[in-house]
Design a protein around this ligand. Sequence first.
Ligand SMILES: [Mg+2]
Length: 402
Amino acid sequence: MATPAILERYVAAMVLSGVGDAMGYKNGSWETCHSGIAIHQEAEELGGIEKLEIKLPNWMVSDDTVLHLATAEAYMDTKDTKDKETLYKHIAEKYKEGMRNMSGRAPGPTTMNSCHMLKPAREKGYEIPFNPRGGGCGAAMRAMCIGLRYPKPDQLSDLIADSIESGRMTHHHPTGFLGGLAAALFTSYAIQNKPVWQWGLGLMDTLPLARKYIQERGHAVNENLKEWGYFENAWKNYLETRNITSGKTRPKFPSEYGIKERDKFYKSVSFSGCGGASGHDAPMIAYDAMLGSGDSWIEICKRGILHSGDNDSTGVMAGCWFGAMYGFLGVPNNHHKKLEYRKRLEKAGEKLYKMTHSGKEQQSSSISCQTEGHDKTETCSDSNQQIPLASHDQKMSETLSK
Ligand SMILES: [Mg+2]
């Protein structure tokens, strides 16, 4: 199999995140559809998944992509991302700006209310109070590009800090912002070529570091620690269900795991009946799709996008991780060439790649790549790498997400 260069994977990660969002959203009609079977039937009537023409006016991107671009463009405009105050202020500005481009894109009330509270011009104006109802997936859906900015294992502390702080600008609840951490972390794992079945263990190993960050940062520590357990337990249970707790075994799926069974499972891991609406289950469902799809884009569409529940938010993540791992492998041109904001997404991928893979950073650290089936770790160069074969606070979720 030809292996796409890392640059192509950066571009594909950004572009296919938008495709996953637009395909799941379908101008609002599939995002709110309660039946995966009905969605698949409609896709068939439109000529089949492969033939879908993802472009305006019928397939606009939703709030997920607008705010994912906001995160990416904040990094692109910030010279020194080690200067956290400036970076976070800039991210907050971009989120507020993004909210002015939400007509027809179904933004969630938590994000809208929180963005209203952000005051980027003031000192620490990017911080908002703890929110007992802030567990929706709005922080997770826009955080994947943080993993493109920090793709290397030795950049983990930046990835943790930025995903938590950008996440709690709108979703100040661990179930919400830890979803952002998972979305960013898994993107970095995809770029590292870490075998997919080991990502879950990586997340579990990272959670204590995130907890330590919260304690050291000193903002709403007690409230966050009190609510910490839900996300961690949900993931622990999921990894046990798939038999990948140790990171050493391949995932186990039920013998019957079609559209209906997946809908039922996604619902069962949700907070209150809407699969993908919260910070813990949106990355979980996208991860489940990655585990079961190998390098098949169409299978990712079936499992990670075309299901009942909050499918634009699972789609935005599944699309991103697929692109970060496999580039545009097997993706029909009609899915991505005419996508709304195609150019902006492409540019964001290119710029994030340049920020991370050129100059000083490239010399000081390299991406360690793990090849499938081996513990062996090796260093990747850009074009000669081993690849494994292979609502946001959504209206529905608001009542359910704490
Ligand atoms: Mg959306």
